[in-house]
Structures are given as C-alpha cells and as structure tokens.
Design a protein around this ligand. Structure first.
Ligand SMILES: [Ca+2]
Length: 312
C-alpha cells in the first residue's frame, strides 16, 4: 500500500522537484493533494507554479488547493532574490490551464486527513507552516489523526539563511511553526544543517539534463538559475536542493541520519524571531518532540531524485 501524503508547499523549483519525485513514485507514495501557501512568493504565484510543474509532468489529476495568503502574525517575507519575481525564473513554462481545486487549503487538509483512518496520512511540509497551523486550529483532533509530519525547516549549527540564526520557512511564520512543533504528532525535521550538504553541482545538473525529457530540461534551467544566487551567497559549487529531501526521506530514510531532540521556536525576540532552539545535548531535560535529521548522503540523494525524475 502506498503511503498517502499531502504536500504543503510554496513552489520554487526545489518544491516542484519534491512534488514530481513523489508523483513519480506511485508504488511508495499516493499524493492526495498539493496545498499551496504564501512563502517564496505570494500564494497566487505559488499556486500557479505548482500547476505549471504538474502540467509539465502531465500529472494534472492531482488537486491543487490554494491556502493562506499571509502568516499568522508577522507580515509576509518573500524570497524573490533567490527564485526571481515569479518564484520560477530561469525557464519559461506556459501559464497553467488547470483550475485550482475548489476550497481553502487548510480545510482541504482537514477533510483529506480526517476522512481516512487514524494514523494514515503524512503531511509533507515544504513551506511556512501557516496552512498546517490553520488546519489544526479548525480541527483540534487533526494532529492525533496524522501518521507523521515531515518538514523542511529550521537550523542548528549551520546558522540561518534569512537572518544569522533563522531558516526561511520557520522565520516567515514562527507562530505557526511553534504550534506545529507542539502539536504532539510525530515530526521529522530536515534543517539547513542537512540540506546544505545537498548541492546542485554542475556534474549533478548535467546528469539531470542528460535524461533528455522536457521535465529534466526545465528543471536543469530552473535549478541553474537558483544555483547562481546560492553560489554567490555561500561560495559553494551548487545551491542546496532543500525541499526534495522531505520526499527523499519518505522513499529512502536510510540516506539520512539524526537524533530525537526537543526543539522550540523563538516567537518573541526581535533579534532571533523564528530561531529553532535545538536541545541537541538534552540539557533542558524536556522530552524530544522532533526527529532532527542533521546529515544525508548527498550522492545517494541525487541518484534517487534524478532517477525518479527520469520516470516522468
Ligand atoms: Ca519551499
């Protein structure tokens, strides 16, 4: 039985890779829906980018629900400097013709999870956690009904990517992240410490392009556009392919390693708003609430991702 998942996302190209890898893996994963949220770019654009990716891969039967336009508390921070004005700069994909599914994403999440038996649905969170927090506010039994939440977000010893100590997804909506981390569901977090090891080097992008399909060609260019910004910022060869780690973890958990720890989110300090405070050494005595994946085998990760994209 494939594992049913909902992908909550703010598509830039790494989100789109995650969605397509999941759709290319029907033996392991059943994508119930893609739900979009404001993040990298406003929600009208993330909703458009999700459908562009699905149309490119001819997987338009997967419903896309649009969700929150803004975080619970702070005003929206976006990341056009990384992904361009559209969130999908670097390759011109046609405007999507598939309509959005009717309904508000947080309500769709509640319906899709609660209509199935307890412990079945996994939430794959690739964006600020606004939709998830709103869904939990609407249905207090939601967290207890989930199988697991796997999220890209947070940072520990790697430092932040949007401020010195904060990772973007948590920083954009710290209140939502705090509520989700405290919800009681099993949570796996894939932080910058891990995703910064997963770099789109020239060799890996060339291997992607060599597949020779429209999907591979589009993502070669989209990821190349991102890579330019990241290489300038970090001084590395390649940019991190963050969000596909979430789907890769579901397909091949053995690629990753980490530890169960307690994590809380800073929600009030102006200096460190959105910091994930990771109790790596267990000094607080607080019970672990997160499986924190600190390392991955990058070659195995790219082999998996490229191998799955080749199926589309
Ligand atoms: Ca994302």
């Amino acid at each position: 039985m494939p594992r049913p998942i909902i992908i909550d996302t703010d598509p830039s190209p790494d989100d789109a890779v995650a969605i397509l890898v999941a759709l290319a893996s029907p033996a392991e994963l059943e994508v119930l829906a893609v739900t979009t949220v404001a993040g990298n770019v406003p929600v009208n654009l993330t909703s458009k980018n999700a459908r562009k990716a699905l149309e490119l891969a001819k997987r338009t039967q997967t419903p896309v629900y649009a969700g929150a336009t803004a975080p619970l508390l702070p005003s929206l921070v976006t990341a056009e400097e990384v992904h361009g004005k559209t969130g999908f700069d670097g390759y011109d994909l046609p405007e999507p013709i598939t309509p959005l599914a009717p309904g508000f994403a947080p309500e769709a999440i509640v319906d899709l999870v609660m209509r199935r038996p307890r412990g079945e649905v996994t939430l794959c969170c690739l964006a600020p956690l606004t939709n998830i927090a709103l869904a939990m506010a609407k249905e207090p039994r939601l967290a207890g009904h989930l199988r697991e939440i796997v999220m890209m977000g947070g940072a520990f010893s790697e430092g932040g990517d949007i401020t010195p100590t904060e990772e973007f997804n948590v920083y954009v909506d710290p209140e939502a992240a705090a509520r989700v981390l405290g919800c009681g569901a099993p949570i796996t977090m894939i932080p910058l410490d891990c995703t910064h090891q997963a770099l789109t080097t020239t060799r890996r992008l060339d291997k992607l392009r060599s597949i020779g399909t429209p999907v591979a060609e589009a993502f070669y260019h989209l990821l190349k556009f991102n890579k330019i910004f990241d290489e300038r910022k970090y001084g590395w060869e390649g940019g991190p392919l963050h969000d596909a780690t979430v789907v890769a973890y579901l397909l091949a958990p053995e690629i990753f390693s980490g530890r169960n720890v307690n994590i809380e989110v800073e929600c009030s300090s102006p200096l460190t708003l959105g910091m994930t405070v990771v109790d790596w050494w267990g000094v607080t005595g607080k019970a672990p609430n997160v499986q924190f994946l600190r390392n991955l085998n990058a070659d195995a990760y790219f082999d998996l991702v490229i191998g799955r994209l080749a199926r589309l």
